[in-house]
Design a protein around this ligand. Structure first.
Ligand code: FMN
Length: 345
């Protein structure tokens, strides 16, 4: 397969593993890269030493191109970005922030940069800031998808940028890949599909939940981590949606985030206190959300924990290996093409 995405990253298939905290680990990243796609390491919940170690581990597991992400909204993300640059990670993916300085530094060593966006405004800004490609995430997606569905968002952004677009949110099979290409994208990024794979470290209960869930079983809310996000509609999610918070609790609760990231708590607490009411409330939610995501993802606890999940889970009914997922997607996309060749004459 050949698109600007396969050419840019020197990969066989334009299929990307999304960066998912605790899930997009070196093992899963390498599995996707070794199968001909490209894995993105999630560094959102990693301290700097872990980030260093994980990059080293990926290099042991694959000689193929790989990426790592930084969510610039999270405390400590800049430090992780510096580690990625220091280690000359071939592709750096940033989200939720301004990445012009990242693009500048990554380009110095010949690396490439992907910006993840959910709006046209941010897509144009990322292009101006030097991104080489965009991941455009629609409303269907697990986690922080945009307000507009992929069906509309992908072509609307592909129309206004010159850099190639990777479609995310609602893609899991060959029909999805063919659709994304038709909409003007040149590749797909998938979270929910790869989360439910043999190599995924997510708790087995959650893989089963994903196989059994319907397209109606998710909820889109800003009450879990302070930003609009799609999660599985479980008891744990409903508990957080009902929970009331005050800005002072953000300061107390931020200790958990600071500890997890090896970030100075005092610095984070002072930052929150001076960030205004809205941002403080978001940070309070984020502190709770972090913990709930960890418990949901790794312990498989759907009463206290929360699991990000895309609507596409409704058409996922199995747990194949990563290699099988890629093979199935390519085979199915080719079938779709043949069918369209007959239908559209
Ligand atoms: C279990 C799970 C955990 C995720 N965790 C994160 C995360 O930590 N950070 C992030 O930016 N996106 C996260 N995502 C969202 C993905 O990066 C991606 O945007 C999304 O899964 C794409 O939509 P899809 O699920 O329809 O494939 C997560 C997704 C899933 C399924």
């Amino acid at each position: 397969m050949k698109t600007r995405i396969t050419e840019l990253f020197k990969i066989k298939y334009p299929i990307i593993l999304s960066g998912m905290s605790w899930i997009s680990t070196p093992e899963l990243v390498a599995a996707v890269s070794n199968a001909g796609g490209m894995g993105i390491l999630a560094t959102g919940v990693l301290g700097v030493e872990e980030t260093r170690e994980y990059i080293k581990r990926i290099k042991e597991l694959t000689k193929k191109p790989y990426a790592a992400n930084v969510t610039l909204y999270f405390p400590g993300a800049e430090r992780n970005a510096e580690i990625l640059i220091e280690n000359k990670v071939p592709v750096v993916n940033y989200a939720l922030g301004k990445g012009d300085w990242i693009a500048k530094e990554v380009h110095k060593y010949g690396g490439k940069v992907i910006a993840t966006v959910t709006t046209a405004k941010h897509a144009l800004a990322a292009q101006r800031d030097g991104a080489d490609a965009l991941i455009v995430t629609g409303h269907e997606a697990a986690g922080h998808g945009g307000a507009v569905t992929s069906m509309v968002l992908i072509p609307s952004i592909a129309d206004i940028v010159d850099i190639p677009v990777i479609a995310a949110g609602g893609f899991a099979d060959g029909r999805g890949l063919a659709a994304a290409l038709s909409l003007g994208a040149e590749g797909i990024a998938m979270g929910t599909r790869f989360m439910n794979s043999v190599e995924s470290p997510v708790h087995e209960t959650q893989k089963r939940m994903s196989s059994e869930s319907d397209v109606y079983d998710t909820v889109y809310t800003d009450k879990v981590d302070g930003l609009k996000a799609r999660v599985l509609n479980t008891k744990g999610a409903r508990r957080l949606i009902k929970k009331r918070l005050n800005p002072f609790s953000a300061v107390i609760r931020s200790k958990a985030i600071a500890d997890m990231l090896g970030f100075p708590w005092l610095k984070l607490a002072v930052g929150i206190m001076f960030s205004g009411f809205k941002r403080s409330m978001q940070m309070a939610r984020m502190a709770i959300g972090f913990k709930a995501f960890l418990v949901g993802t790794m312990n498989g606890d759907n009463r206290m924990g929360v699991l990000p999940m895309g609507q596409i889970t409704g058409i996922i009914h199995d747990t194949p290996t990563v290699e099988q997922i890629l093979k199935n997607i390519i085979a199915e996309a080719k079938k779709v093409k043949k069918k369209l060749d007959v239908t559209i004459k």
